[in-house]
Design a protein around this ligand. Structure first.
Ligand SMILES: [Ca+2]
Ligand SMILES: [Ca+2]
Length: 179
């Protein structure tokens, strides 16, 4: 009888221990003891032929008062890839929008590795006005292509990343220059 009781007690204890271990495992407490996965930063994506909407810059050209002046919005398109962009006229263009209004555009043809071009839009700005100071427009630079750019039998004008062809910057940063 004693042996049978001991065996039963032992089995019960083992089952309880196993349940506790399982409960502990699910509680999340034990997870702290596990090695944490290192946070791996994704590599900076760089592909072959890659014109990109690289920058939007603001500058004050002249000032009439502390708050008002003439400003320039400059857009920069750059081939940030590892191969030259070689195309034909009329197949690619860069557009600069102020909110939904197209304010400047520049057609381009070829863009060597690392080569950039800029184009700009000048306007009056009043940082004390509602239209500019309180609700400044958003500027947006877009690199666009003919719909058939990937089907034109010229692989040298196939942008390998469309993720970097669209860049925005708030005109609020112009208010920072006219203060
Ligand atoms: Ca691109
Ligand atoms: Ca093509």
């Amino acid at each position: 009888m004693k042996i049978k009781h001991l065996v039963l007690t032992t089995i019960t204890a083992l089952i309880s221990a196993a349940q506790l271990a399982n409960a502990g495992d699910l509680s999340g407490i034990n997870r702290i003891d596990r090695p944490l996965r290192p946070i791996i930063k994704p590599p900076i994506y760089s592909c072959g032929i890659d014109p990109a909407a690289a920058r939007i810059d603001f500058e004050v050209l002249s000032r009439t008062t502390q708050w008002r002046g003439r400003v320039r919005v400059t857009a920069t398109v750059k081939n940030v890839g590892r191969q030259d962009y070689v195309s034909r006229a009329g197949q690619q263009t860069a557009l600069l929008y102020s909110d939904r209004t197209l304010v400047a555009r520049r057609d381009f043809i070829n863009l060597a590795v690392g080569q950039a071009f800029t184009f700009s839009y000048d306007r009056d700005w009043d940082s004390s006005s509602p239209a500019e100071g309180e609700f400044p427009p958003n500027y947006r630079l877009i690199v666009t292509y003919d719909p058939d750019i990937y089907l034109d039998s010229n692989p040298r004008n196939d942008d390998c990343s469309n993720a970097n062809n669209d860049r925005s910057r708030s005109g609020a940063d112009i208010n920072g220059l006219l203060r």
